[in-house]
Design a protein around this ligand. Structure first.
Ligand SMILES: NC(=O)c1ccc[n+]([C@@H]2O[C@H](COP(=O)([O-])OP(=O)(O)OC[C@H]3O[C@@H](n4cnc5c(N)ncnc54)[C@H](O)[C@@H]3O)[C@@H](O)[C@H]2O)c1
Length: 349
């Protein structure tokens, strides 16, 4: 693809879609053609009020969306038919992207799917710092879920630099997203996910094929961020300093410290708001420095980190757009452009 500026449409303007749309606006090598959805509630009306061209994802949704007072610029399929879009970032609810794929295939347009879709929908599952080159020039790529992204950044970095024999990660998930906490959620309990292992481990292997990883999950009664607790057996003896060095070198991973009063997910939430990011988004994975420890024989690492579920996949979507369009062939260059445009940092304070 010879373009120097790629034209991007975000299909599905929810938690992930609205963040990806804003991130695309901040990339000089990308142009946001517009956003598409099937409803016309306050979220989509806000997009229209911000001046985004809004399209109907499905033809039969136009009348209803207009009846609800939204100015609809047209139907997504017409845009694709006219060749006005280079890449669709599909941020529709889980499994809906698989249905939307037919449309992208029909019009030969590239698409980036999200972690709610199966690996097979795209054939390539993506975390920029792990397998950027696998996505180069592909028509379809899937950015893995927030949990899998965090695991691939942290455990993947240790695997690449030190060598992981076995990784075991427990995931405490948020129950429901903030914007829909009025509709669902749990209170004053923790609910174990009884499918063991949870799907996150096999999902991480769609990106890092030789990683021996087992994950177990439970959901808590909070609505923002997941907490990961990892026990990692290494191929050779390591020290805490070795692990700290890996984390310090790994893009999109940062340290926070209990000594500085970072006591829980709530502290990280407050930090992300203090950073002044759009929506208080945190693109980085904050690892608790004190949690990084090793067994007495130096063959196991223990550590904990937070996973900012609403936002950590946003830079990955930007890099995925560059990879599928071959706007940039080198992972390091794309990551550095994305991080500089979004203000991603290596040291919070
Ligand atoms: N919410 C998270 O924390 C999170 C984190 C990482 C990845 N993901 C993944 O991102 C994807 C989107 O999740 P989300 O949380 O943003 O969902 P969401 O429900 O917040 O947003 C989805 C949007 O898509 C719209 N939509 C419904 N049907 C559609 C269709 N046929 N075509 C286009 N749009 C349609 C909905 O109206 C809604 O606005 C899923 O695959 C999910 O698994 C979510």
């Amino acid at each position: 693809m010879a373009r120097t500026v790629v034209r991007v449409l975000v299909n599905g303007y929810g938690v992930i879609g609205k963040r990806v749309a804003d991130a695309v606006l901040r990339q000089p090598d990308m142009k946001l053609v517009g956003v598409a959805d099937v409803v016309a509630d306050w979220r989509i009306k806000l997009a229209a009020a911000r001046g985004f061209p809004v399209y109907a994802s499905l033809t039969d949704r136009v009348v209803d969306m207009e009846k609800k007072g939204l100015r609809v610029g047209g139907v997504l399929e017409d845009l694709l038919k006219r060749g006005e879009v280079d890449v669709v970032v599909d941020c529709a609810p889980a499994k809906v992207g698989a249905r939307n794929k037919e449309l992208y295939e029909k019009h030969g347009v590239r698409a980036v799917f999200q972690g709610g879709e199966k690996h097979e929908v795209a054939g390539v599952s993506f975390v920029a710092q792990r397998n950027y080159s696998e996505a180069l020039g592909r028509q379809f790529v899937r950015v893995v879920s927030c949990n899998t992204t965090a695991i691939c950044r942290v455990v993947g970095g240790i695997h690449e630099k030190i060598g992981v024999k076995k990784a075991r990660v427990a995931i405490f998930r948020r129950a429901v997203d903030v914007w829909e906490s009025s509709r669902a959620g749990i209170m004053n309990t923790v609910v174990p996910e009884l499918q063991v292992p949870s799907h996150h481990g096999p999902d991480a292997r769609t990106v890092i094929k030789d990683l021996d990883i087992v994950t177990m999950a439970a959901k808590g009664s909070h609505n923002l961020y997941h907490l990961h607790i990892a026990m990692i057996e290494t191929k050779s003896r390591v020290s805490v300093e070795d692990v700290v060095r890996v984390i310090e070198e790994e893009p999109r991973v940062v340290f926070v410290s209990g000594e500085d009063g970072v006591e829980g997910l709530n502290s990280i939430f407050e930090i992300s708001r203090d950073l002044g990011r759009p929506r208080g988004d945190l693109y980085e994975i904050p690892v608790w420095r004190e949690s990084v420890s090793t067994s007495s024989d130096g063959t196991e690492i223990y550590m904990m980190w937070a996973t900012p579920n609403e936002s950590n996949v946003v830079p990955e979507n930007v890099d995925a757009i560059r990879a599928v369009t071959e706007l940039e062939k080198e992972a390091k260059i794309s990551i550095s452009k994305t991080d500089s445009n979004l203000g991603v940092i290596k040291r919070i304070y």
